[in-house]
Design a protein around this ligand. Structure first.
Ligand code: THU
Length: 164
């Protein structure tokens, strides 16, 4: 079994500066992603599970796009926060590779993106992109996409000419 990832604290400046160094982001970007992903939980539409998920992503041009999960009376139709947020970013015209995806939930230790979201994220970033996972207490786990989705399948495996 894979070892559990280390849970770090956003309140510990050593943890945050090490994370920023390891993943080439600034402390200001880290703090903004933490704040915006946590805030985004407040717009979750989750009357069935009551499980709020907020997401904030850092785009190629250093802007931040946020979103949350949207459920549906026909349960499988509901959409996770990560896919809502990426859909929003892509349809706002952000086509460059995303630099960071942050997710926030109300549980501890932090929840990680579901399998479908991992694959969805895979389309729009490098395998080394960090995914920040925040819990209810400002603690977090950070892993690269390739850690969450090893041996993955992506756009480069399709021998097709790409359009828009
Ligand atoms: N959820 C997300 O938004 N992201 C994930 O990666 C895991 C699950 C949502 C879907 C559903 O609205 C609720 O959490 C409970 O599964």
């Amino acid at each position: 079994m894979a070892p559990s990832p280390e849970v770090l604290s956003s309140k510990n400046s050593d943890h945050v500066s090490q994370t920023c160094k390891d993943y080439s982001i600034t402390p200001a970007q880290f703090e903004e992603l933490r704040k915006r992903s946590v805030e985004a939980k407040s717009v979750a539409y989750c009357p069935y599970s009551n499980f709020r998920v907020g997401c904030a992503l850092l785009t190629a041009d250093d802007s931040i796009v946020t979103g949350a999960n949207i459920e549906n009376a026909s349960y499988p139709v509901g959409t996770c926060a990560e896919r809502v947020t990426i859909g929003k970013a892509v349809t706002e015209g952000h086509r460059g590779k995303f630099k960071v995806v942050a997710v926030a939930t109300d549980i501890s230790p932090p929840a990680s993106p579901c399998g479908m979201c991992r694959q969805f994220i895979r389309e729009f970033c490098d395998l080394t992109m960090p995914i920040l996972m925040f819990d209810q207490n400002l603690d977090y786990v950070v892993l690269r996409l390739e850690d969450l989705l090893p041996l993955s399948f992506g756009p480069e495996h399709l021998q097709v000419e790409r359009g828009s």
